[in-house]
Design a protein around this ligand. Sequence first.
Ligand code: PEP
Length: 246
Amino acid sequence: MSRRKLVVGNWKMNGMRAHLAEIEAIDRIADAHPAVEVGLCLPATLVMAASDKQGGAFIGGQDCHMNANGAHTGCLSAQMLVEAGATWVIVGHSERRQDQGETDAHIAAKALAARAAGLKVILCVGESLDVRDAGNAEAVVSAQLLASLPDGAAADWLAIAYEPIWAIGTGRIPTMEAVAMMHSALRAALAGRIGAEADKMRILYGGSMNGDNATELMAIADVDGGLVGGASLTAAKFEPVIAAAG
Ligand code: PEP
């Protein structure tokens, strides 16, 4: 099964209007690699300005609330992101699972809310270092994936990002064998839930992906792209990651 590679930058809490020129430079790189689907999940304050541009990378948010509106100070609904011009959203990033206490059930509900509003979704899962060292990372992350997976999950609106927590922002990555084993375990878990649709669903790797390791990571059979933090903040660093995907 050939799946179009998906490479998405997660800018986290980085980026001001002064960085719009950097976003435009990333757009030009995306245009130069039409075989790859490229996106940038930006701070909400930049989504509207960045999504006004033509073509290039799609623009996404980094989280949405599970409700459409209401008394949720500081939160954004999926509909608000759509109105601002986002077409994708990340749910379940480990920084939100940790910092905001988000559970698998919250994440499944957020994914469904995003879908209902017309957003595509990147659903993040990943293990802590303790879990990795205990030797049961595949079982734990597969269970986390199945618990976070929304009803009706399908490849045309949902992608998975496997992000070992201990690899995010640290410069450390698992061995290529460990990544291959995890992605294959996650695809098998998906197949048990959604059948043949699992073959079409993209499973991204995230965690210190950069221009030095992207080619090797992208060559792994079940790695269908990347969710990229630090190395997506400038066009110069992001370009080799996008190029590695095709
Ligand atoms: C991320 O936050 O999703 C991420 C993968 O970050 P980094 O690439 O900086 O490790």
